[in-house]
Design a protein around this ligand. Structure first.
Ligand code: ZN
Length: 139
């Protein structure tokens, strides 16, 4: 088979002329292109399969932020600011699971109990003090 462009004698099994790259047999070229596309599609499919484990990799676990409400609230109990500590511990307790992923939950709970006890003691003490003042003024 002769190339229509340059007259080069092709073997008839090639879709393009080896000398000038002119399309000699369009039917073969179409088949070649179809094969190429199939190969590309297959490559894309296999690569997407092999890519999958990488795309589904576990996301980095966010570092748990310190639950400052719980910690400060806990400390407040020992500093005598039980009422402030009580509020901080309640906030810390609520936020522990929602915001801090459970961090500081123990601190908030312990702080809450200590602050309640301290507040009760403080209330008894103040009540006793007021009762004592009233009693003294009645003399
Ligand atoms: Zn040619």
């Amino acid at each position: 088979m002769k190339c229509p462009s340059c007259g080069y004698q092709t073997d008839g099994r090639k879709s393009k002329c080896p000398a000038c790259r002119t399309v000699v047999r369009k039917d073969l070229l179409d088949k070649e292109l179809a094969k190429e596309q199939q190969a590309k599609a297959h490559a894309a499919r296999t690569s997407s399969v092999s890519m999958q484990p990488r795309t589904t990799q576990t996301q980095p676990v966010p570092v748990a932020e310190a639950n400052m409400f719980a910690i400060i609230g806990f400390i407040m109990a020992f500093l005598g600011f039980s009422f402030i500590g009580l509020i901080l511990c309640i906030v810390g307790l609520i936020k522990a699971k929602k915001v801090y992923g459970g961090s500081g939950y123990g601190f908030a709970l312990a702080g809450l109990i200590i602050n309640i006890v301290m507040t009760v003691f403080m209330a008894i003490f103040i009540g006793f003090y007021i009762w004592f003042i009233i009693r003294m003024s009645m003399w």
